[in-house]
Write a protein that binds this ligand. Structure first.
Ligand code: FE2
Length: 270
């Protein structure tokens, strides 16, 4: 699968490291998003990528809100596991992600009410609902050698919107997306990730991606190997601490059996 030009980084270090050498590296992901948040770290930026939900680009139009003044990226609710009017629900491990949007200016971080957050992610199969996502829809798993099919999930909402409340809080319900190949020849597979665009008046827009970890996350060990070598998460312009701050830990929910919960505060700043 080819990605747009902004996906390309120097591959030198990436190619020097084989799959076998990565176990230790994955195990050393000690710094966490919680730690970064305790330090008040600004949320690092990550590339928009080629699959932002766009009018005209989608494969299956999903528009829950029929107010056509809304761009399609903002026309759905914050529950990506269910499309209004569908009886079925999305395939995959259900997660809740919740937290706040904060804005730091001259010292203090303050909750940001009314911030618009757009979330878009691949289905559990690793497929986006986007016309541009049509290469390598079938590929061999780099560890097991088994064929992986990136199929469309007709009950997955693919993107959603949440507007922060008076305390700056937001929440999303979605599924852990599948990993997917970018450059099979060189062994580059994107780890499961969620894409975000956060917009609030008078503040520079934030575009980023969040990643996964946690014992309860399906295939966590494999995901950590992908996290360790992903050319976007491991953007050389970010410090190791900044990179690791984008990996959110998910734990089983006590309230909702079978659901995993993650917490992340977006820290906006100039
Ligand atoms: Fe992506």
């Amino acid at each position: 699968m080819k990605h747009s030009v902004d996906y390309f980084f120097s591959r030198r270090n990436f190619l020097k490291t084989g799959w076998g050498a990565l176990g230790g590296l994955a195990g050393s992901l000690l710094a966490s998003s919680a730690w970064a948040q305790a330090l008040g770290m600004k949320t690092p930026r990550q590339t928009l990528g080629p699959f932002f939900p766009d009018e005209g680009d989608e494969v299956h139009e999903i528009r829950e809100n029929l107010d056509f003044r809304l761009p399609i990226s903002e026309a759905n609710d914050n529950d990506l596991t269910h499309i209004k009017g569908h009886e079925g629900t999305a395939e995959g491990q259900v997660i809740h992600l919740e937290g706040k949007v904060l804005f730091r200016w001259q010292g203090d971080a303050k909750p940001q009410p009314g911030a618009v957050i757009i979330l878009w992610n691949a289905a559990a199969s690793g497929r986006y609902n986007h016309r541009g996502d049509r290469e390598a829809t079938r590929f061999r798993h780099p560890e097991t050698g088994q064929w992986v099919e990136r199929t469309h999930d007709e009950h997955f909402q693919y993107w959603g919107r949440c507007i922060t409340d008076q305390e700056g809080r937001y929440s999303f319900k979605t599924v852990v997306p599948g990993f997917y190949p970018v450059d099979i020849e060189n062994g580059w597979f994107r780890p499961p990730h969620l894409h975000f665009m956060v917009t609030a008046p008078g503040i520079p827009q934030l575009v980023t991606q969040l990643y996964f970890k946690g014992e309860a996350v399906p295939n966590n060990a494999f995901i950590q190997k992908l996290n360790a070598r992903d050319l976007i998460l491991r953007d050389p312009a970010l410090t190791r601490e900044q990179q690791d701050s984008l990996i959110v830990e998910y734990r089983p929910s006590e309230k909702d059996p079978g659901v995993l919960i993650g917490n992340y505060d977006f820290m906006l700043s100039f």
